[in-house]
Design a binder for this molecule. Structure first.
Ligand SMILES: Cc1cc2nc3c(=O)[nH]c(=O)nc-3n(C[C@H](O)[C@H](O)[C@H](O)COP(=O)(O)OP(=O)(O)OC[C@H]3O[C@@H](n4cnc5c(N)ncnc54)[C@H](O)[C@@H]3O)c2cc1C
Length: 508
């Protein structure tokens, strides 16, 4: 079932196992059960440390990964191939006794969690955001005997997905109740469980020379450039990695022919941590006040002080702002076609937005769903002509131009979209199961208020050194008024602003 190359790599990993493991398998006579059994048997033939036992688990087909005589609570329901193959390999290694590559602080936080936690994560094998959640929950399950985790492939358990109304992956349930949706790191999951860092720890920090706000490509680059000057550097990030965490394929990051967003985000974090940078992840800046030092207040109530600050808070998906959009978010309203597309297999959906991202999404989704309707506000699509040609060649796509989305309708989940034909002013309704919103981005700068000059789009106004109108405050990346928003451009401007800030420190 595994091809020769994967088998060769897997054999090397299996040699790293430190103890014996038992795979307890629950199978039926269906196709997925046969596939799962053949995978499990193949693993057992590749390592004498792996034994297979047949049993009945809560779901069939599924298998649990255990130590001899000790159930760990790590269960895979469905066949963990595709993007989840790495989750399987890591689970085998970690259950066998190999320590997970996780901060000691987080390991202690997991071990100290009290109470019983039964997690169930619904994923799709093509979802790039899912493995991080699956792997984090598996680590928790391996480290703490009171925690169990079952990964459930939505495609193999369609009835369950429908009955629980799961319309976005990954979706996590804790003890039967909805817990989280979307990408989340171990640190984020722990924070959600209430295991957080004490705000006093932040208040007690000495002032920084450079404090970077935002942990995307711009912020990571700024922090590295600042730290390499040997000055006291900190980075505050709501979600380290930024937009690239939601990016499937990156092919224009010069010198790297092809990579994936989450992989690049992990490399960014690793690179930043090579230096003496105080990384404060999962912390949100709330306000900026310029006194002798620049003061940044955080959502947790603490205040950080710094001689200079680099703002690199990037951008987020733009909402349409119509009734139904917020109510049905993750219940049919989606923003990430790569992640959530497979959940709409065989259904009718709409894509709102006719720019490059909208048309790319429509092309991608047309291969999975029954029918795609593209709604564009302007009289013409704005996407590149090569994308439009590709779109026009697809049989299951309808393009509606010069239309305004009025409402996303539904009961428990989306059942349609209402739009107005801007020429005739007639109102129309289409029945469908999902709406993918692809109408661009807005800068994450609302929190700054009037403390720093912004243009009418909310973008921070910077000069060629990345300096804002406030002495000592610099900005970089997608949150600025730079005309083009790309990874490599953000990284360049992050470096530029760090050098600008360093120059400011030297002169002052
Ligand atoms: C789906 C998608 C695909 C893309 N594909 C490509 C591509 O193929 N190639 C390419 O070059 N570009 C691509 N881009 C664009 C690219 O991802 C961005 O240009 C780049 O990530 C911008 O980097 P940034 O650091 O400026 O901002 P972001 O990546 O947005 O990072 C912002 C950071 O600031 C943090 N933050 C926000 N507000 C606060 C706050 N108040 N307090 C603390 N932290 C905060 C965020 O959590 C995050 O860490 C894509 C974007 C998307 C959405």
């Amino acid at each position: 079932m595994l091809d020769a190359e994967i088998k060769q790599q897997l054999a090397q990993y299996l040699e790293m196992m430190e103890g014996d493991i038992v795979l307890k398998v629950s199978t039926g006579s269906d196709e997925v059960s046969r596939e799962m059994l053949s995978l499990v048997d193949e693993l057992a033939t590749m390592s004498s440390r792996i034994k297979v036992e047949h049993t009945e688990l809560e779901r069939t087909p599924s298998f649990s990964v255990n130590r001899p005589g000790e159930d760990t609570g790590v269960v895979f329901a469905g066949v963990p191939l595709g993007h989840e193959f790495t989750s399987l390999v890591l689970a085998l290694l970690q259950v066998s006794g190999r320590a997970p590559k996780v901060d000691e602080k987080l390991i202690d936080q997991v071990k100290n969690l009290e109470g019983n936690y039964h997690f169930e994560s619904y994923i799709s094998l093509s979802c790039q955001n899912c493995p991080e959640v699956v792997q984090a929950l598996n680590v928790m399950s391996v480290l703490n005997p009171n925690i169990t985790h079952t990964m459930i492939d939505g495609a193999a358990f369609k009835d369950e997905v429908e009955s629980k109304n799961v319309m976005a992956v990954p979706t996590v349930f804790l003890n039967g109740e909805s817990f989280s949706s979307g990408r989340a790191s171990l640190e984020e999951l722990l924070a959600k469980l209430g295991s957080e860092v004490d705000p006093e720890e932040f208040n007690n920090k000495d002032p920084f020379d450079v404090l970077v706000i935002g942990g995307g490509p711009a912020g990571a680059s700024a922090a590295i450039y600042a730290a390499r000057k040997g000055i006291r550097t900190g980075i505050v990030a709501d979600r380290f990695g930024g937009q690239i965490l939601d990016t499937a394929t990156i092919e224009n990051f010069i010198s790297v022919k092809h990579t994936e967003g989450p992989k690049l985000a992990a490399s960014l974090e690793e690179h930043v941590k090579e230096y003496n940078v105080d990384v404060m992840n999962l912390q949100t800046a709330k306000s900026l006040v310029k006194k002798d030092l620049v003061e940044i207040e955080l959502e947790n109530g603490a205040t950080l002080k710094s001689k200079s600050v680099i703002l690199s808070t990037g951008a987020r998906w733009r909402n349409i702002g119509v009734p139904g959009e917020a109510e049905f978010r993750n219940k049919g309203v989606a923003y990430c076609p790569h992640c959530d597309g497979p959940l709409f297999e065989g259904k009718d959906i709409a894509v709102v937005g006719g720019g490059n991202s909208g048309i790319e999404a429509a092309i991608d989704l047309a291969g999975i769903v029954n029918h795609v309707t593209v709604l564009e506000f302007a009289p013409e699509l704005k996407a590149d002509s090569v994308l439009q040609d590709r779109l026009n060649s697809l049989p299951n796509v309808t393009v509606l131009k010069n239309v305004q989305t009025k409402e996303i309708t539904g009961t428990d989940s989306v059942n349609g979209i209402t739009y107005i034909d801007r020429e005739t002013e007639a109102e129309h309704h289409i029945e469908l199961a999902g709406v993918f919103v692809q109408i661009g981005l807005v800068p994450n700068t609302d929190w700054l208020g009037d403390s720093v000059e912004r243009n009418r789009f909310g973008e921070i106004v910077v000069d060629k050194y990345g300096a804002t109108n406030v002495p000592g405050v610099y900005a970089a990346g997608d949150c600025t008024d730079a005309p083009n928003k790309q990874i490599i451009i953000s990284m360049g401007s992050g470096a530029n602003s760090a050098l600008g800030a360093f120059d400011y420190l030297v002169r002052n």
